[in-house]
Each structure stands twice: as C-alpha cells, then as structure tokens.
Design a protein around this ligand. Structure first.
Ligand SMILES: Cc1cc2nc3c(=O)[nH]c(=O)nc-3n(C[C@H](O)[C@H](O)[C@H](O)COP(=O)(O)OP(=O)(O)OC[C@H]3O[C@@H](n4cnc5c(N)ncnc54)[C@H](O)[C@@H]3O)c2cc1C
Length: 414
C-alpha cells in the first residue's frame, strides 16, 4: 500500500518506520527535516516515562492553579490575552481532573507507556538511533519526605500501574550525586529507566535509517488532506502538488487539530508550551535525569549539554516564547545545583500536543476512513511515539493490535 505520513516528529517517524517494515511504500511529508528545532520532539527532556500514567489534570489542580500562576517559580504561565480562547479547552481539561476520570485516564495511559522501554529498543535496534538510548535510575528529589507523601493520590495510582521505587535519604542522595543542593533530603529512585541522550539526534537517526531503507521524505507543507473515492486519500502541498495515496497518517503534533476539524472532528487540542535552557560547558553533570517537582523541571544530561527542561505556558500555538520562563528556569537551576557554572546557554520552546483528556487520538477517522490519526502525546509523546507508531502501523496493515484502541478513538470529542 502507498501511505503518506504528515509530520516527521517522533510520532510520524515511528509510524512511518513500522509501516516500512510491514512492506508498505511510505512517504513522510514535513515542512522541516526530522529533528528540527521547531518540533516538540527536538528539545524534550528525553525521559522514557514507562510509569507516567498520571495526567497533569488531577483532583485539586483547579484550586492550586491560581496560586501557581501568581508565583513564576512554579513554572506555570498564561498569556492573559489568550485566556478567552483558552477557556473552553481549559474548563474541559480541568473537569477531566476529577478522581474517577483520572483513574480511567491512568489505565488508558498505562497501556501506551508500560512497555515503552521495549518499544524504543525495538524501533531503534540495529539503527544509529540505538546509541542515544541510555539505561539509568530515575531520581525524583524532595525537600522533605512529607512533600512526597502529600501526593498520595498520584503515588497510589503509579503503584497500582506497576511503579516500583526505592526511598532514599540524604546519605543515599550524596552517594548518587553529592553536588545536589543539601535542601533536598528525600528522593525516590526508579531503576531500569531509559533516557534519550539527544532527542533531536535520535529522531534524525531514525529518519535517516527510514530513508536509507527505502522510505521517502518530502520536505514540504501539507495544506489539505481529504478522503477520495475508492478508499483513496489525497495530501495537497503548498506548491500545488497532490499526493494521491491509499492511506494518510496525520501525525502533525499540535498542528494536527486544524486538519482534524476540516475532516469534521474535534481534536480538543491545545499547546502546552514547554521550555528548556541547555547549558554548554556545565561544571557538573548528574549520572542520569533528575526530576525536581518543586522547581517544575527535569535536569537532563544530554549530548549537547546539561538541559533544564519543563514549565507549562499557555500562549497559543506558534506564539512567541515568554522570556519570563527562561528567567524563572535560571533561578531554579541554583536551587538544584547552587555551585553550578556554565559557559553558554541555548533557549528553546516546544509545543506539547495536549488533548482535554490527556489521551492521544489514534486510528481511522469514521468520516474519512483512509485517513488515520496519530497525535496528542502531551507531556509524554516521546515515551509513547514508538508504541503509537507500531499500533497505527498494525491497524493500517490489518493486523490485530495488542492493545484495545477504543479509549483513543478519534471521534470521542465530536
Ligand atoms: C519542555 C518539554 C519537555 C518534554 N519532555 C518529555 C519527556 O521527557 N518525555 C516524553 O515522553 N515527552 C516529553 N515531552 C513531550 C514530547 O516532546 C512531545 O509530546 C512529542 O515530541 C510530540 O511529538 P510529535 O511527533 O507528535 O510532534 P512534533 O515533534 O511537534 O512533530 C510534528 C511535526 O509535524 C510537522 N507539521 C505540522 N504541520 C504540518 C504541515 N501542515 N505539513 C507538514 N508538516 C507539518 C511539524 O513540522 C513537525 O515536524 C516534552 C515536551 C516539552 C515541550
């Protein structure tokens, strides 16, 4: 079958590569090259979060959010002029944070993340991308044991879905990384985690392998995607070309919503903008990624330097970055590593594709059956990319999927 995949981030490249392995004639269409700085897949924290089953919207967020917005150090930001546009999405997002709904979301996320280590290795095996997958311990730092214990709801939910952690005191933290500020006296440590040491190079290497193995990559912008008769579909490009094909996969990250609504579906999607500061020539590197909830940041040793990434900023798709976020990240660096020095820094903002129920949209459109959706990875799109890729490829190839895809059906918000 001929398949065109629109979008060459981690999701699109994963779908394309699994389809190619299934013997299809596959073309990725993207306005940029895979691994480009404008992709969300470029500058994320590189965590393969196999226990990331707790969505951002949880009970109580509704009450906490106003206080968080007043304190820039919590790294939650909002462009107030954007609020009227955001409200319909935000209300439904917060409503999905009620207890019984979160239990269900966690179960549905679990199916997509629990084997993510294996999915990444299966995708990258035998390719140049494999060298970017590093095994390590995922350490989360707290200023007091009580700070950790307060999150009973999230902790219990993670445990229910298989998370196992050790509890460390300051002595154990010192043995792991003595440069961490003495203010952190308690930590959880999850063994056998996988981290991507350069998300951008990882996606590039996967795309290079796809091309070298017979896949096609077309650097162009899709302007329309439509169903045609006789189970065909068409992708129209900015230069007027029309790519007629058997199947189209819409994997355009946060930009997928526009195409979905033209096909008659609600994607219920918003950009949760995230940021990083990449420090070059940092005087210290942790052994593996640190999660520091009170700073809102992941501290990630990468090939390019030491990356401090995170934050949530509601400012609309493609709006200019908010410089206040970078200032806040700079302040937080000192809280984790008081003595850190560095030679230079690179600023980056990316767009997390987030739906109101924190679940992706996967599978064929009932209104355009030759067009498949594969987007909505929110905070864990790197984690889920290879799993989404394999599942969508299985659907197109007519194979039995090994997970139930009904929670992710594409018309659930219509
Ligand atoms: C600061 C930050 C930290 C993060 N940390 C993690 C983490 O540690 N672990 C994790 O699992 N996730 C993390 N994420 C989330 C993760 O990065 C995203 O969910 C994921 O990268 C989304 O991938 P994608 O392929 O769906 O979208 P993208 O990578 O954004 O790719 C979409 C592609 O579609 C293309 N496109 C759009 N419109 C068109 C068009 N009309 N024509 C052609 N091409 C088009 C774009 O050019 C782009 O290349 C983080 C995100 C941020 C911002």
């Amino acid at each position: 079958m001929k398949v065109v995949v629109v979008g060459g981030g981690i999701t699109g490249v994963s779908v394309a590569e699994w389809l190619r392995r299934d013997g299809h004639d596959v073309t990725i269409v993207d306005r940029v090259h895979p691994g480009d700085v404008t992709q969300s897949s470029y500058g994320n924290c590189g965590i393969v979060g196999r226990n990331s089953v707790v969505p951002v919207s949880t009970p109580g967020l509704f009450l906490q959010a106003p206080g968080m917005l007043r304190n820039p150090d919590t790294l939650l930001f909002l462009r107030w002029r954007y609020l009227p546009q955001l409200i319909p999405w935000l209300v439904r997002f917060l409503w999905n944070g009620r207890r019984e709904k979160v239990y269900q979301i966690a179960k549905d996320l679990s199916s997509l993340v629990q084997d993510s280590n294996e999915q990444h290795f299966a995708l990258a095996a035998g390719t140049a991308a494999e060298r970017f997958l590093q095994r390590g311990t995922y350490v989360t730092l707290f200023r007091a044991r009580e700070e950790f214990a307060r999150n009973t709801f999230s902790n219990e939910l993670r445990k229910k879905h298989g998370a196992v952690w050790e509890e460390w005191d300051r002595m154990a933290i010192d043995a792991y990384d003595p440069a961490i500020s003495g203010a952190y006296i308690f930590a959880t440590a999850m063994r056998d985690y996988v981290f991507v040491t350069s998300p951008s190079k990882y996606v590039t290497a996967l795309a290079d392998h796809f091309r070298q193995s017979g896949g096609n990559i077309l650097c162009n912008e899709a302007v329309d995607i439509r169903q045609l008769k006789q189970s065909k579909a068409v992708v129209e490009l900015t230069d007027g070309r029309r790519l007629e094909t058997d199947r189209v996969v819409l994997a355009a990250g946060v930009w997928s919503g526009r195409f979905a609504s033209r096909l008659g579906h609600q994607a219920a999607m918003e950009s949760e903008r995230g940021y990083h500061l990449m420090l070059r020539g940092a005087s210290h590197m942790p052994p593996a990624v640190l999660n520091v909830p009170d700073t809102g940041l992941g501290v990630c040793p990468m090939e390019e330097g030491l990356c401090f990434g995170g934050a949530v900023d509601f400012g609309g798709v493609d709006g200019v970055p908010n410089e206040r976020v970078f200032d806040a990240i700079r302040r937080q660096i000192r809280r984790v590593y008081p003595d850190l020095t560095w030679e230079g820094e690179t600023k980056w903002m990316g767009q997390r594709p987030s739906t109101i129920d924190s679940l992706p949209l996967l599978g064929p459109s009932p209104k355009a059956p030759s067009i498949y959706f594969a987007f909505g990875g929110q905070h864990i799109g790197l984690t889920m990319g290879p799993r989404i890729g394999r599942t969508v490829a299985d659907l197109i190839s007519g194979k039995q999927t090994d997970i139930n895809i009904s929670p992710y059906r594409v018309n659930r918000f219509d």
